[in-house]
Design a protein around this ligand. Structure first.
Ligand code: ADP
Ligand code: MG
Ligand code: MG
Length: 921
């Protein structure tokens, strides 16, 4: 039996059920019929007015790509489907009396630029044109349809650019002294068709094909072939779409929007795609066909104005769009045509919308009863929440910029936010001009660590090369800076201080103003109006997140060092602090001298004096954090970085000492500097990240962590006395052996008890450890005996499990690992084969296979040893949705992330719960 390649839209669902042996879901329909074909089948099945159509499957395309021939039986099935359409319409393909005309439309699983455009009015030749004129009683229309068909067929199927045809039309309009196409005279149109045919003959050395079956065959082949067109391939490469999906071909009975005043064509969204507001949003153009609406030749009507022109049609259209929303339970983007007062639906798909619209539409649909609360929670992407917490461009401003042709290019949405400023190509120049108060967009082919200071003073960063893990992307995300990376639409010339938009040749020079949207990857010419909505004002978002809170089982805490950040995070819904780094407080210039004295101390007295100086700074900051977190737990991590980070840089000291010795040997500064250099030299480490840091520093520098613990518990007790509910937790970092923890814990718990006794108040507290060394994870059972809680420090754990030094890897070899290596081989289509060592950057998304295995083992053995062990994560992965899903699956108690990621994490945690509840249930 030959395979089934062709499905009639009106019975596609049932027929596919037969083929598959089960009822297909929406995604199976899309896989086989493409998005457009599935939509046509769905709409037809629901009884909506769709012109009779059929779909040739994506599978047929896959076969065609292998052999260059239609697969056996496909053409016969196509002819049979055509017969069925003839029967339904009462017209016949190629019939000189009553001809059937069709459109041939491509449609892959996801809509994809670079795929073949639609050919309308297929089936026309001199004879069928004449009968079309008779049947419609409109000769002008018949020529208009014919000249459009010749243009589209020549351009799209045969590859003769439509410009040549447009030029002749332009000359004709000029000659007749008219502005728009419908004003051209009948004689003019007639003459034009003759010119078009001559042009075709001249170019191809043969007549325009008059046999409709030949036209159809060529058009279908052209759609199939367009799957492997250069533009389509490039798009798939970029968007990681598999090359073996293929595209379907849809053949639809033509309906005509260009049959006079009661005809027209339009596009609409069921809700406003910018705001999510529930109202039809779109445009309608009278007496027009196909893409005339978007081409912008004449000004279309707002969709609401259709109500005045054709109230009955408008009403029907509203009903249809509502039905579609009910069916798909999502915002739809539809295309339709009105032919002499009759509505025809031609396409429906999920509408692309802004993050704000996604939230509003989901919440409204839940309130309307279209979605359950859980579905609404699943509907919004965590990254969309992230976008809502950053400044963004006024959607109206974006739209008009796009219409003006000021959308210059698109790259990767590497770090969200909107940035506007003058273009600068050099980091030092950026620093100089930013110092004068200029807003800067730093544009580079790619960035390196040398560019970081320039990046940090800029309003945004744009790079030509590099992916989501490129240096620019990583640095920008870490600093809340908008970034568009990998923007290959432009070519940056730093020698000449300019970049060129490849497609148009437009040149942007130093000092020109551009706007970049890091949430979408768009780059605009000029300054776009920027908006910012405070989180507190986003009622829908707040409510959505409250629904997420009802669902999720994972707690969400924040990483915050300062009272200000703690307050912000609490507004965002943080349920405590998972990581309060204490070293930030020491970088305060006031505290820094004391730290230096402590490190350089030679006697116990000197050291204690220095520690006494440090204590008030710590205590004061801790009090602020406890106040902000009244009633919620606060995890204070004891000092962690290598101690020499608090001292001046070695190179600078060497330089100064050398200079003083040469120029001013008697200077009283010299012996001081020499002493400092001596200390710095003695502390110098080959690999400081694995040197004297974390609990090792606490153990070796006597008195240091005792002082921190004292400051922490004094702050806790004093706050408690003021009626603030405190839940202090002390975290001992970088433990690799149980005895390190045991030693520190016993020492520090004594201090805690001592302080509580002095202060005359008891508070509940915990001592725990960070799990960030593989050995700690592997010996979790032992370690748990001295820990009330574990918190995974997955930055270090990833670093040490992979054996990558993060600072050396990211932005350097790790980019290549993720982007892939050219193997020198090419695949069957001639594309280079890339070998990727890593699918994703493990510092961004937790490596489940390796690092995750340690986490799992640690959770299991830790809880076996101590069932009520509290376990969380405080590495950056705690704010990454995919990693949060993993944390949910391994049963952590909470994730902790930076304040701005808290809302993102709340939603991601709820989605993880729902995802796995439905997978299990
Ligand atoms: P795209 O994938 O670019 O959206 P479509 O296949 O939807 O391409 O075709 C573009 C436009 O052509 C449609 O919006 C519609 O206006 C017009 N069109 C396509 N098929 C038909 C048809 N059978 N009758 C009338 N107009 C059609
Ligand atoms: Mg379309
Ligand atoms: Mg660490």
């Amino acid at each position: 039996m030959t395979r089934k390649w062709v499905y009639l839209s009106r019975s596609a669902g049932e027929e596919l059920t037969e083929t598959l042996g089960h009822k297909p879901d929406l995604s199976e329909m899309k896989n086989i019929f493409g998005g457009k074909g599935a939509g046509l089948a769905d709409m037809t099945g629901a009884g909506l007015p769709v012109p009779p159509s059929f779909t040739i499957t994506t599978e047929a395309c896959v076969e065609y790509m292998k052999t260059g021939e239609f697969p056996p039986g496909m053409w016969e099935q196509t002819l049979k489907a055509l017969k069925e359409i003839e029967r339904r319409t009462g017209r016949r393909f190629g019939d000189p009396e009553n001809p059937l005309l069709v459109s041939v439309r491509s449609g892959a699983r996801v809509s994809m630029p670079g795929m073949m455009d639609t050919v309308l009015n297929l089936g026309l030749n001199d004879e069928t044109r004449a009968s079309l004129a008779q049947l419609t009683d409109n000769e002008w229309f018949s020529y208009d349809a014919y000249r459009r068909f010749i243009t589209m067929f020549s351009d799209i199927v045969m590859g003769l650019d439509r410009e040549h045809f447009e030029k002749l039309l332009g000359e004709l309009k000029k000659k007749e002294g008219v502005k728009t196409d419908p004003e051209v005279s009948l004689e003019g149109m007639k003459g034009l068709v003759g010119q078009y045919k001559a042009l075709y003959r001249e170019h191809f050395g043969q007549d325009f094909p008059t046999d409709p079956y030949k036209q159809l065959e060529l058009a279908i082949k052209a759609v199939f072939a367009s799957w492997n067109g250069a533009r389509a391939i490039a798009y798939r490469e970029f968007n990681k779409i598999p090359h073996d999906w293929g595209t379907a071909v849809n053949v639809c009975t033509m309906v005509f929007g260009n049959l006079g005043e009661r005809s027209g064509t339009g596009v609409a969204f069921t809700r406003d795609p910018a705001t999510g507001e529930r109202r039809l949003y779109g445009e309608y153009l009278e007496n027009a066909q196909g893409e005339d609406v978007v081409a912008g030749i004449r000004t279309p009507l707002k969709i609401a104005q259709l109500q005045e022109v054709m109230p009955d049609i408008y009403e029907q259209f509203v009903r249809v769009t509502q039905q579609l929303e009910h069916h798909y339970r999502d915002v739809q983007d539809v295309e339709f045509t009105v032919e002499r007062g009759k509505l025809w639906m031609l396409q429906t798909r999920t509408g692309k919308r802004t993050a704000a619209a996604a939230v509003k539409a989901a919440m409204d649909m839940a309130r309307e009863g279209l979605l359950t609360r859980e579905e609404a929670v699943m509907r919004v992407k965590p990254e969309e929440v992230d976008q809502l917490l950053h400044p963004f461009f006024d959607p109206q401003a974006k739209l008009s910029a796009e219409k003006r042709g000021d959308l210059l290019a698109e790259g990767l949405d590497a770090s969200p936010g909107a940035g506007t400023g003058i273009v600068i190509f050099d980091a030092d120049r950026a620093i100089e001009l930013a110092g004068q108060g200029q807003a800067i967009i730093l544009v580079r082919p790619e960035t390196s660590p040398d560019d970081v200071p320039g990046m940090l003073v800029s309003k945004g960063v744009l790079t030509q090369h590099g992916g989501m893990t490129s240096h620019a992307a990583v640095v920008a995300r870490g600093n809340n800076l908008p970034c568009v990376a990998g923007c290959e639409d432009i070519s940056v010339d730093v020698e000449r201080n300019q970049f060129t938009v490849k497609a148009t040749g437009r040149v942007v020079e130093e000092g020109d103003v551009i706007s970049i949207d890091g949430g979408t990857g768009e780059v605009f010419w000029g300054a776009l109006n920027t908006l910012e909505v405070e989180y507190e004002e986003q009622q829908d978002l707040i409510e959505l997140l409250s629904w997420a809170d009802e669902v999720r089982t994972l707690g969400v805490r924040t990483n915050a060092d300062l009272p200000r950040d703690a307050r912000r995070a609490r507004q965002f819904g943080a349920e405590g602090i998972g990581l309060c780094r204490t070293e930030h407080m020491f970088f305060d210039p006031r505290a820094r001298d004391a730290v230096v004295h402590m490190i350089m101390a030679e006697t116990d007295e000197e050291r204690h004096a220095a520690l006494d100086e440090m204590l008030p700074f710590q205590e004061q900051d801790f009090e602020g954090v406890f106040e902000a977190m009244d009633g919620l737990p606060v995890i204070m991590r004891l000092i962690d970085p290598p101690m020499h980070e608090f001292l001046p840089a070695r190179e600078e000291l060497i330089e100064e000492v050398t200079r003083l010795r040469c120029t001013d040997p008697g200077s009283p500064e010299l012996p001081k500097k020499e002493k400092m250099l001596q200390v710095v030299n003695s502390m110098w480490e080959v690999n400081p990240m694995m040197g004297l840091r974390g609990c090792r520093a606490g153990i070796m520098y006597r008195g240091l962590t005792e002082m921190q613990t004292r400051a922490y518990f004094q702050a806790a007790c004093r706050c408690a006395r003021r009626g603030i509910k405190v839940v202090p937790e002390v975290m001992i970092p970088l433990v690799g052996h149980v005895n390190e923890l045991r030693l520190e814990r016993e020492k520090l718990e004594t201090v805690a008890k001592q302080v509580m006794k002095e202060e005359g108040i008891e508070v509940e507290y915990m001592f725990g450890t960070m799990i960030e060394i593989p050995r700690a994870a592997l010996t979790a059972g032992e370690i748990a005996q001295y820990a009330d809680f574990f918190s995974f420090g997955t930055n270090d754990l990833t670093q040490m499990t992979f054996g990558y030094s993060r600072d050396d890897a990211e932005g350097k070899f790790l980019i290549k690992y993720v982007d892939g290596f050219d193997t020198g081989e090419v695949d069957t289509e001639g594309r280079p084969v890339l070998f990727k060592i890593l699918e994703v950057n493990p510092f961004q998304t937790l490596d489940e296979v390796g690092v995750g295995r340690l986490v799992e083992l640690c959770v299991k053995e830790g809880r076996e040893a101590k069932p009520d062990l509290e376990i969380g994560i405080c590495g950056e992965h705690g704010g990454d949705p995919a990693s949060i899903d993993f944390c949910h699956r391994v049963g952590l108690d909470y994730v902790s992330c930076s304040p701005f990621r808290v809302p993102v994490a709340r939603l991601a945690a709820a989605q993880a719960t729902l995802r796995h509840a439905s997978a299990e249930g």
